[in-house]
Design a protein around this ligand. Sequence first.
Ligand SMILES: Cc1cc2nc3c(=O)[nH]c(=O)nc-3n(C[C@H](O)[C@H](O)[C@H](O)COP(=O)(O)O)c2cc1C
Length: 220
Amino acid sequence: MNILVFLGSTRQSQPPKPPRLGSRVAAALVAHFRESYPDDEIELIDPLDYDLGEVFKPHFAYASGRAPEPLDALADRIRKAGAYVMVSPEYNHSLSPALAHLLNHFGSSRYAYKPSLIVTYSAGQWGGVRAAVGMRTFLSELGCLPVSAMVHVPHAAEVLDDEGRYRDDEGAERWRTYLQRGSTQLRWWAEAARRQREEADPHTLIGDFTREPRQRDAPG
Ligand SMILES: Cc1cc2nc3c(=O)[nH]c(=O)nc-3n(C[C@H](O)[C@H](O)[C@H](O)COP(=O)(O)O)c2cc1C
């Protein structure tokens, strides 16, 4: 199974300290999946690896074959993946603009009919739960329905070192058990969705929206 772990932070300035807390949370998630499911292919998607330009131009706005190569390659990776892990900080009780911006570059048909796992974190005590609630709506619209279990990491800088390792061995076991619930749900749904996609291709059966938002409108 191929799983993409999206890191939802590009913040390199401070305060607040430390910057890019999300890189250690994403690293912990990647390590968790690689240890628990060694046969899976786990890839980290870092928004800093993509030059998205100053003007927003989504992948689907380019004529066929004209999109920049890195954007095209990411579109392909999203289409081929079986599940997604979305790692986001909480900015003003919402998901990270960096994550939303990156995900918005691709049409929902790329993500659809596959599950996602919501992972949020914060420097403070709430672990990003308010952002997580909004992420359910966002990800559902992309068609990668979030599984019910979520992962929240409060005080992330105290839980994880800057490479994403648990600072405290005793706590590490409790975190592994906590993450396992989300990762097991994600893989269960991903496996079920993969089988059903093979049985009946949803893109043919239901059809993708490829022209304009009006395709979603109720009649009248
Ligand atoms: C613009 C901004 C808004 C923030 N809003 C919240 C918030 O609503 N809730 C919260 O718990 N932390 C909030 N924080 C603190 C973040 O949890 C903390 O800065 C964390 O390190 C952000 O992740 P990042 O370093 O990966 O960007 C905010 C930080 C910034 C920069």
